[in-house]
Design a protein around this ligand. Structure first.
Ligand code: 8Y7
Length: 281
């Protein structure tokens, strides 16, 4: 059985209720915010608003991983994320999730007091397993097929759930070899990361099969192409689609939902939770 209480550094979250993770992009090219949160003041206002609106985690990322994006140097990523992490730590009592795939950035973030390492490359880059092994923070291992620059070119799966489960097993094995226990691992199927529209919806439909791994699931679908391409909607017109996806991901077992629209998602998930409360009792 999965424990309900999950430790994020010095903070505990009860994952028996779905939790909202608010996205704070600090990339100049972030695709849906147009880089307008690049400034520290704006990032802090955005953070405060997301906390008020119901986010229990704030995910800070300084590397764009949108399809086609180029790599960012570690120094540049540190320059983008560290001032924001430090300022948030000073002012707010919220769990900071650091979206990075670089060992050096993880190391700095850990020292600054983050509560979660969110790695879309699932600790496959050099040094990441070692850095995570030396701390006791949780880590989110996300599935991606290929690399951001080319991942949408020709994704292929024998079976999307089987293949993703296999990937998780391999990554968990590597974690265990370094002494990173499963108890601090969160799994994420990686919607949109090397997946066609069909594959993304099959994944959402069958997401609960991943619960067999016995670990909490995080899902990020907010404003993604699987919404936009299905509906023919620009990135700023994807709220209703994103909310539907957040509800479905929660019904299908996700415990943390990564979103741009925190207020609306928190409301939607409260309605889901109030209903689910009456099941199995
Ligand atoms: C995800 C993510 C992104 C996701 C996790 C976007 C950083 C692309 N997507 N991290 N990051 N899961 N764990 O559209 O789905 O937000 S970036």
């Amino acid at each position: 059985m999965m424990p309900n209480n999950f430790q994020f550094g010095d903070k505990t979250l009860n994952l028996s209720n779905a939790q909202v993770m608010g996205i704070l992009n600090v990339t100049p090219d972030s695709f849906s915010d147009g880089g307008k949160f690049a400034g520290l003041e704006h990032a802090l206002k955005q953070t405060e608003q997301m906390i008020t609106d119901g986010a229990s985690l704030i995910d800070i990322g300084g590397e764009s991983t949108r399809p086609g994006a180029e790599d960012v140097a570690a120094e540049e990523e540190l320059d983008r994320v560290m001032p924001v992490i430090e300022a948030i730590k000073q002012r707010f009592d919220v769990i900071i999730s650091l979206d990075t795939s670089k060992a050096l950035v993880m190391e700095h973030g850990i020292k600054a007091g983050i509560g979660l390492i969110n790695d879309v490359r699932a600790l496959q880059n050099e040094g990441c397993l070692d850095v995570v092994a030396q701390c006791d923070l949780p880590v989110c291992l996300m599935h991606m097929q290929g690399m951001p620059r080319t991942m949408q070119q020709n994704p292929h799966y024998n079976d999307v759930i089987t293949d993703i489960s296999e990937f998780f097993k391999q990554r968990l094995h590597s974690c265990h070899q370094k002494g990173i226990k499963s108890e601090r691992v969160i799994l994420d199927p990686g919607f949109g990361f090397g997946k066609t529209l069909e594959q993304n919806y099959q994944l959402l439909a069958r997401q609960q099969e991943l619960l067999k791994m016995g670990l909490p699931i995080l899902a990020g679908i907010s404003r993604k192409s699987m919404i936009g391409n299905l509906l023919g909607r620009d990135v700023n017109e994807r709220l209703a689609g994103s909310l539907s996806a957040a509800v479905l991901a929660t019904l299908n077992g996700a415990r943390i939902i990564r979103v741009h629209d925190v207020k609306e998602t928190s409301d939607a998930l409260k309605v889901v939770e109030a209903t689910l409360h009456h099941k199995n009792i």
